[in-house]
Design a protein around this ligand. Structure first.
Ligand SMILES: N[C@@H](CCC[C@H](N)C(=O)O)C(=O)O
Length: 277
């Protein structure tokens, strides 16, 4: 198999094409390749498969083998991969995902994709859509009980389920202990990604994420979108927000019609060939 290791601000993926991969079970392969000691090491697999409804389709498999509906950082890597491997020849195109059709547009310099802007669609706020086992139109600052403590959480479906916890300082959060407990809280029937959000000013937030199926990652694209959307909905920022992550920044634009656009980089780390049994 020809594999390409890529990352979007440190959220890393093994990307490859599989013309027969529409319905394949990649659980074992994901666990094997994503392992940081015995594999290539990655937060997930991003697989190019053919689509009947868009130019191309992306499947995203988390490092624990579960399949996600969508991934913001992977879709930028995937877009760069598809263009630079000749599977797409235009600078705008459509990608089918389990969360709907996404529309990237590429900035290309000397034949290389340097920046990707993606139309990520619209957020869904109703608790039934997230999904969350409560009956609320917009889940903002819901008092969630965890280990006898009340944590105000704001949740949204941004391709995948996201929950925001607003904090004073993202360097002082219990990411590795509270993150997994919130991810698997019984109120979330399909679990949730957990984003800790620090609002710096009305156009700048900092985000740290515990991901469903992948644990702590260096960046989360859909999580950055969800955090920017929630910051706006809570009246803390405007619609244009820079999201500061460990290794850099994503720009999120939450338009008047509720569509969310994400702009950021995608990098190739290396290409390799492996015999996979
Ligand atoms: N890294 C992501 C989200 C990937 C999916 C997530 N782990 C899930 O299962 O919901 C991103 O950049 O959006």
């Amino acid at each position: 198999m020809k594999l390409t290791k890529m990352h979007g601000l440190g959220n890393d993926f093994v990307v490859f094409s599989d013309p027969n991969g529409a319905n394949k079970d990649y659980t074992e392969l994901a666990i094997k390749l994503c392992h940081r000691q015995t594999g290539i090491g990655a937060d997930g697999l991003a697989i190019v498969v053919p689509s009947d409804v868009a130019d191309i389709r992306m499947r995203i498999i988390n490092s624990d083998g579960s399949e996600a509906e969508m991934c913001g950082n992977a879709i930028r890597c995937f877009s760069k991969y598809a263009y630079e491997h000749g599977q797409i020849t235009t600078d705008t195109f459509t990608i089918e995902t389990l969360a709907g059709i996404m529309k990237p547009s590429l900035t290309i310099e000397n034949g290389k994709v340097t920046l990707v802007t993606v139309d990520m669609g619209k957020p869904f706020f109703n608790s039934k859509d997230i999904p969350m086992d409560v009956n609320i139109d917009k889940v903002i600052d819901y008092p969630l009980e965890l280990n006898g403590e009340i944590i105000p959480v704001s949740s949204v479906l941004m391709g995948v389920p996201h929950t925001e916890v607003f904090v004073e300082d993202v360097t002082k959060i219990a990411l590795h202990t509270q993150g997994p407990q919130l991810e698997t809280h019984p109120i979330f029937p399909r679990k949730s990604n957990i984003n800790y959000v620090e609002v710096v000013n009305d156009h700048h937030i900092k985000v740290r994420t515990w991901e469903r199926g992948a644990g702590a990652t260096l960046a989360c694209g859909t999580g950055s979108c969800a955090s920017a959307v929630m910051s706006y909905e809570k009246g803390l920022t405007g619609r244009e927000v820079d999201v500061e992550l460990y290794l850099g920044t994503l720009h999120i634009s939450y338009r008047e019609d509720s569509t969310v656009f994400m702009t950021g980089p995608a990098e190739e780390v290396f290409e390799t060939e492996l015999n996979i049994d």
